[in-house]
Structure formats: structure tokens, C-alpha cells
Design a protein. Structure first.
Length: 435
């Protein structure tokens, strides 16, 4: 985790103290269940909670023990025994390290998902507010980067809102997918521990029991989770890229907020660069990159190996922390985005009316011209305008072959900008609902 791109609440999920606290809770809840089943004394389970519930674990001490044991969970349980005393012999009864590690990892991923869902909600709120603000603000739609037909800026933001709504649904599903608990012992057979212990721990930790866990929780669950984060990151980049294009000097239909005292360049004082959008593009690439090792982690040897472990120690914190930062930065970017309707109108007018070419084409076919002939008539009048030789409306009115089918008034009717927006309300209802 890089401090520059880290927010405290998400970072705290991955701090060693948090991890050890979760490990303790797993062990203590398991002890409670074992006590209820009569496997260990009830007083022993109570002592575990009483002695360690409010302890700040000594991370340096745990590290010291691990340097000798070369085993992180054993280092922790040894330290826990130093705190609990003789009753610690009843801790970790019938359990294996993966029971603690995997259950903890899923608790962390679940908590991270909750923060990310809240982040997406902020993005959605910002997009909705700005979409309605510019619901009918005309701008040019582009295909292949080239002027196509008119849209509204509100529709551009509505597209993004719909995309992030789907992202939210996927993340809810991914959270459910990864919110499982395994307390099944060595090779996952429950030979040394009752399945009811797993059920108790799962309920206490806000998880569901893993149906079958070998010795580890199956990693297809985690792959789905990180792939979902990667898709969300791609949606972040898609919107960021749109803003970057719109901020280009030749376009300048929208730009990032530029605060008082902000500097765009060390060399050129005039610069106002889309640095936030560019930053989001880079961060998105990193989040996507973490999906690949998560998918490769699915393939483990037999009932258990740790080839996934080192990768997860990095991708768990880094992917969630990075996406958390990116989503909050995107929400702020949208909230403060500067929008220039005048420039949008200038760009709409830039091609001399060519954006209405399809309407002329369809009008000609409605009046009896074949589609092939109509296309040729429209294109031969469009190409001079493309080269800067006149305006489309005037050339069409002068073309005798066009005039055979359409009067001047009928040609002019096809240049009505509002015609393109007659279904904006319908689209908004589909995206945002009746309200």
C-alpha cells in the first residue's frame, strides 16, 4: 500500500493489529463452540475472552517468535498463550492454520467490499446529480472519435450511472461469494473438529459456512471478487478517459476543477491538465492487474498448498486500497467537474450541419428515393462541407436531385436539434426510475 493512494479506513482493515484481532476472534469463537459441545471446559473459553478481548497484541513479539518458528499462525498462538496462560492449551483445538487465515482473509475482503460499496454510492450520487443538471444540455456524440449525431451531456453521465449501478450489483454478488468461513481442520474432513464449530464461528463473524473447503477455501471465490474489482476499475477508467478527451484544448467541453494556487506545469504557467483523470487511468490499470494472480491462485496442489498466499498478501490490500482511493477521487472529480455548454454548442456547429445527415437520408427514402441513391445524394453534399466548402443546409437546397424529393421547408425541418432529444426522458426513466 502506497500512502499517497491510501485512505485510512480501508488501510486499517489490512493493518497487522486488525488481522491479529480477527485471528483472536476466530479462535475465541471456536473455543466457545468447543465449550458448548463439551470438548473443552467452559471456563477455559471464558478465560480466553477475558484475558485477550481488549489486548493490543505485541506485533514485535509475534515477529520475534515467527523468526524462530517460520510460521505466522503458530507465532500468533504462542503469543496468545503468553497472554492467556495455561488455559491457552485449549485454543486451536482440531484446527489448522488455513481455518484461521482463510476465514480472516474473507472477513477482511467482506469489510473492504462494504467500504467499496459506500464509495460506489458516492459516485452514483454525484453522477445522478450532474446528469439531471445537464439532462438537456446538447453536445456532440462521437463514434471513432469523429462527430456523429447530437446527444446530451446528461446522457453521457447517465451512461456512466447505469454502468456503476451494474458495478454495484456485481460487487454485492462478489461480497456474498467471498463471505464464507472454513473451520474444517486438516484436509477439510472435520475429523478433528465438529462441523458445528464452523457454523458457530461463521455466524459470529458474519459469514456462511463453506460447503466443502478441502484445507483451504476454494480460490475461485476470490478470483471472482478480484475480477469484479478489475471490472469496476475499468468503468472508472472509461469515465476518466471520456473526461480526458473532453478537456483537450481543441474540445474543452468539460474539465477538471482547477483550484486556487494549483499548478499545471513546472515549465508552462498556463497549463491546466487533466491530472486526476490521468491518475485514475493509472490506478485502474493496477487494480485490473491484480485480477490475474487471483485467477492463477485457483490452481492449487491437491487439498492445500501456499502458492496463493504470497500473492494474496499483496493483492488483498493493494487492490482494495487502490480502488477505494480511485472511487473517491472519481466521485470528487464528477462533483466538481466544470462543464462548458457554449463550447459544446460550438463543436456541434463545427461541421456545418453534417450531424443531421442521417435525417436527410431517411427523409429522402420516405419520399421515394432508394436508400442507395439517397446515400449518394447526401454524401456528395456532405463531402464539400467536410472540406470546409460551404454549409450542408445551403448545398442541399441547391441540389436539384435533392429538391426533386424535398422542399426547402422539409430540408430545414431535418436540422432541428431538439428532434434528437425526444426520448431523453424515456432513457432517464429507464436509468434512474420514475422519480
Amino acid at each position: 500500500m502506497i500512502p499517497r493512494y491510501t485512505r485510512p479506513e480501508m488501510a486499517s482493515i489490512w493493518e497487522p493489529q486488525t488481522r491479529f484481532k480477527i485471528w483472536f476472534e476466530i479462535e475465541a469463537h471456536a473455543a466457545d463452540a468447543q465449550a458448548e459441545l463439551g470438548v473443552i471446559p467452559k471456563e477455559a473459553a471464558k478465560t480466553v475472552w477475558d484475558k485477550a478481548r481488549n489486548v493490543t497484541f505485541d506485533i514485535a513479539r509475534i515477529d520475534e517468535i515467527e523468526r524462530e518458528t517460520k510460521h505466522d499462525v503458530l507465532a500468533f498462538t504462542t503469543h496468545l498463550a503468553e497472554i492467556v496462560g495455561p488455559e491457552a492449551r485449549f485454543i486451536h483445538q482440531g484446527m489448522t492454520s488455513s481455518d484461521v487465515l482463510d476465514t480472516c482473509f474473507n472477513v477482511q475482503l467482506t469489510r473492504a467490499a462494504d467500504l467499496l460499496l459506500a464509495d460506489i454510492d458516492k459516485v452514483l450520487a454525484a453522477l445522478k446529480k450532474r446528469a439531471f443538471e445537464h439532462k438537456m444540455t446538447p453536445t456532440i456524440g462521437r463514434s471513432h472519435g469523429i462527430h456523429a449525431e447530437p446527444v446530451t451531456f446528461g446522457l453521457k453521465l447517465a451512461y456512466a450511472y447505469a454502468e456503476f449501478s451494474r458495478a454495484r450489483e456485481r460487487l454485492v454478488a462478489a461480497r456474498k461469494e467471498v463471505s464464507t468461513c472454513a473451520i474444517s481442520g486438516a484436509v477439510g474432513t472435520f475429523a478433528q473438529i465438529d462441523p458445528r464449530v464452523e457454523e458457530h464461528v461463521a455466524k459470529a463473524m458474519g459469514l456462511t459456512p463453506e460447503p466443502i473447503s478441502t484445507q483451504v477455501i476454494p480460490r475461485d471465490r476470490h478470483a471472482m471478487y478480484f475480477a469484479t474489482l478489475g471490472i469496476i476499475a475499468s468503468s472508472v477508467e472509461r469515465l476518466a478517459t471520456e473526461i480526458r478527451h473532453l478537456q483537450r484544448t481543441e474540445v474543452l467541453e468539460a474539465e477538471e476543477f482547477f483550484s486556487e494556487g494549483q499548478k499545471g506545469s513546472s515549465a508552462m504557467p498556463h497549463k491546466r491538465n487533466p491530472v486526476l483523470s490521468e491518475n485514475l487511468t493509472g490506478l485502474s490499470r493496477m487494480v485490473r492487474a491484480y485480477a490475474m494472480p487471483a485467477m492463477e491462485n485457483i490452481v492449487l496442489w491437491h487439498e492445500r498448498d501456499i502458492s496463493h498466499s504470497s500473492a494474496e498478501r499483496m493483492i488483498g490490500p493493494d487492490a482494495t486500497v487502490t480502488l477505494d482511493f480511485a472511487l473517491m477521487r472519481l466521485a470528487g472529480l464528477v462533483e466538481k467537474l466544470l462543464v462548458y455548454p457554449e463550447n459544446m454548442q460550438k463543436n456541434l456547429d463545427r461541421l456545418g450541419g453534417l450531424v443531421h445527415s442521417q435525417r436527410i437520408l431517411l427523409a429522402l427514402t420516405q419520399k421515394g428515393a432508394s436508400r442507395e441513391d439517397a446515400y449518394k445524394l447526401v454524401q456528395r453534399n456532405a463531402m464539400p462541407v467536410w472540406r470546409g466548402e460551404g454549409d450542408f443546409l445551403t448545398l442541399l437546397k441547391k441540389d436539384p436531385d435533392v429538391k426533386k424529393h424535398l422542399s426547402d421547408a422539409e430540408i430545414e425541418d431535418q436540422f432541428d436539434l431538439g428532434y434528437h432529444f425526444k426520448h431523453v426522458d424515456t432513457i432517464f426513466r429507464r436509468v434512474f426510475g420514475a422519480a
